[in-house]
Ligand binder design. Structure first.
Ligand code: SAM
Ligand code: DTB
Ligand code: SF4
Length: 313
C-alpha cells in the first residue's frame, strides 16, 4: 500500500488483534518466507561526542552519560568485524557514526573504503552517518553501499520535543538524496519516547509518503540510557508494539521490518508475536551501537525453538 491516509492506517492499527495479525500474516506470507529472519550486525565506527541533542541517545554531547567517545575506527578493524559477523551468520553489516553530518575529507574517504571492503565480502552494507548531501550519497553508491539508515523516529509534531538541533525537513532532505542516488532507504522509528498512539500512526503515515517506500523499516523500542532526558520514560505496552509491527508489515509489504533496539527487555513470547506480526530481521550480537542486546547464542536458541531460520543472502 502506497501513500496511505491516516484514517486508513488507524483502521488497520485498531482492528481486533486476531484480524490484524491475520492480515499481517497474509501480507507477510505473500512476500516473504515466514520462517526466515535476517541477521544483521551493527558496528559503531565512530562513537559519542555527537553535536545533535536527540533525547534518547547515549552519544549526544548534550547529555551526561557514561559513554566513552571513540574516534573513527581504522579500516582493518572494521573489515575484521565484518568478517566475524559474516562467519556468525549475518548477511548485513551496518556501520554507524555519531556525526551530525558527513564532511568531505579523509574521514569520509575512509568510510568509503570501509564500504568497498565490506561489500567485497558479499554482505549487504548499510551506513548511518547523519545528514548527507547528494554528491556524498552518490559516492557511497559508487563504493557499493546497499542501504542508508536515516530514521524519521516519530511523528512530525512530536519530533521537536525529542530533537531540537535539526528538523523533520532536514531528515527528509537526506532521505531524498539517498533515494536519488539509487541507494535503498532504511527508515523507521523509535517507540517508547512518551509519544501517543496518534504519534505512531503519524510516523507510519510520514513513512508511507516516502517515494519510493523504504526497503527496510526498523522499529526500535527505547533503551533508556542513564543521563539522557528519557532515562525514566515508561515502556511501550507489549500489545501496542505488536500492533505497530503488524501495521508496519501491512503498509510496507515488501520491506524488511526490523525488530531493532530494545529486544533485551522483551520476552521470547513477545519477540515471537512480533515475528508473527511480520518482523523479519533482528540485530544480533551482545551490543547494538552502545547499548546491550541479547547474546547471539540466545537468539539462535529462540529461532530454533520457533522452528525459524536465519535468512540466507
Ligand atoms: N546518528 C545517526 C542519525 O542521525 O541518524 C544514526 C545513529 S542512531 C543510533 C540510529 C537510530 O537508532 C535512531 O534514529 C533511533 O531510532 C535509534 N536509537 C538511538 N538511540 C536509541 C536508544 N537509546 N534506544 C532505542 N533506539 C535508539
Ligand atoms: C536503527 O534504527 N537501529 C539501529 C540502527 N538503526 C543503526 C541502532 C540502534 C541503536 C540503539 C542504541 C545504541 O545502541 O546506542
Ligand atoms: Fe547523534 Fe545519531 Fe545519537 Fe542523534 S541519534 S545524538 S544524531 S548519534
Amino acid at each position: 500500500m502506497l501513500t496511505s491516509s491516516i484514517a486508513a492506517i488507524a483502521k488497520i492499527y485498531h482492528q481486533p488483534l486476531p484480524d490484524l495479525l491475520f492480515e499481517a500474516q497474509r501480507v507477510h506470507r505473500e512476500h516473504h518466507d515466514p520462517r526466515a529472519v535476517q541477521m544483521c550486525t551493527l558496528s559503531s565506527i565512530k562513537t559519542g561526542a555527537c553535536p545533535e541533542d536527540c533525547g534518547y541517545c547515549s552519544q549526544s554531547v548534550h547529555h551526561q552519560t557514561d559513554l566513552k567517545p571513540e574516534p573513527l575506527m581504522d579500516l582493518e578493524s572494521v573489515v575484521a568485524e565484518a568478517q566475524v559477523a559474516k562467519a556468525a551468520g549475518s548477511t548485513r553489516f551496518c556501520m554507524g557514526a555519531a556525526w551530525r553530518e558527513v564532511r568531505d575529507g579523509a574521514q569520509f574517504d575512509r568510510v568509503l573504503d570501509m564500504v568497498r571492503q565490506v561489500a567485497a565480502l558479499d554482505l549487504e552494507v548499510c551506513c548511518t552517518l547523519g545528514m548527507l548531501k547528494p554528491h556524498q550519497a552518490k559516492q557511497l553508491k559508487e563504493a557499493g553501499l546497499t542501504a542508508y539508515n536515516h530514521n524519521l523516529d516519530t511523528s512530525p509534531s512530536y519530533y521537536e520535543k525529542i530533537v531540537t538541533t535539526r528538523t523533520y525537513h532536514d531528515r527528509l532532505e537526506t532521505i531524498r538524496a539517498v533515494s536519488e542516488a539509487g541507494i535503498s532507504v532504511c527508515c523507521g522509528g523509535i517507540v517508547g519516547l512518551g509519544e501517543s498512539v496518534q504519534d505512531r500512526l503519524d510516523l507510519l503515515e510520514a513513512l508511507s509518503n516516502l517515494n519510493p517506500p523504504p526497503e527496510s523499516v526498523p522499529i526500535n523500542c527505547l533503551v533508556p540510557v542513564v543521563g539522557t532526558p528519557l532515562e525514566s520514560a515508561s515502556r511501550i505496552d507489549s500489545i501496542e508494539l505488536v500492533r505497530m509491527v503488524a501495521t508496519t508489515r501491512i503498509l510496507f509489504p515488501q520491506a524488511m521490518v526490523r525488530l531493532s533496539a530494545g529486544r533485551l527487555e522483551m520476552s521470547d513470547e513477545l519477540q515471537a508475536l512480533c515475528f508473527l506480526a511480520g518482523a523479519n530481521s533482528i540485530f544480533t550480537g551482545a551490543v547494538l551501537l552502545t547499548t546491550p542486546n541479547p547474546e547471539r547464542s540466545q537468539d539462535e536458541r529462540l529461532l530454533e525453538r520457533l522452528g525459524m531460520i536465519p535468512k540466507p543472502l
